[in-house]
Design a protein around this ligand. Structure first.
Ligand SMILES: [Zn+2]
Length: 155
């Protein structure tokens, strides 16, 4: 510290002195008080701990995602095909069985490549026709929820 700290100190007191009427005694008192505070801050800064604490507050580090590597996970999903990001093979839909060959569950696959868990690993056209069918009839994806609701309703 030393010079830099002293300069900061003088600047603060100068600002205070010019802002209002201050006696020499008051200026001297202020100078000592501020110098002490700055000294404490400087010590904190030099220890490193305080500074790190300040920097991490409100500045959470984002975990690295596939999107930051240039290719977003959603680029693997085309209109009529979906590319397996593990092996590059194309499918209408990536099945749990296929992911098994990579030692992954669909959930692990989505997590690894930055998909949301509710995303379906199928070509857009497949997902669309399926969700249309879902609205029309009620299908496997909704089956669980359907069964849940039945359970609640039945005595
Ligand atoms: Zn694959």
């Amino acid at each position: 510290m030393g010079k830099r700290l002293l300069e900061m100190c003088v600047q603060i007191v100068e600002a205070q002195a010019s802002a209002g009427m201050m006696s020499t005694e008051e200026i001297e008192h202020s100078l000592k008080r501020i110098y002490k505070v700055l000294q404490d801050l400087d010590a904190l800064e030099e220890s490193g701990a305080g500074l790190e604490e300040i920097q991490t507050v409100g500045e959470k580090k984002e975990p690295p995602q596939a999107a930051t590597l240039g290719k977003g996970p959603y680029e693997s999903i085309g209109e009529h095909s979906v590319v397996c990001l593990e092996c590059g093979a194309q499918f209408r839909q990536i099945t749990a069985n296929h992911l098994k060959s990579h030692g992954l569950t669909p959930r692990e696959y989505k997590k690894k490549w930055g998909f949301r868990l509710k995303d379906s690993l199928a070509a857009k056209a497949v997902t669309r026709s399926r969700s249309e069918a879902a609205k029309a009839r009620g299908i496997p994806e909704n089956l669980k929820a359907y069964q849940e609701s039945r359970k609640k309703k039945s005595p």
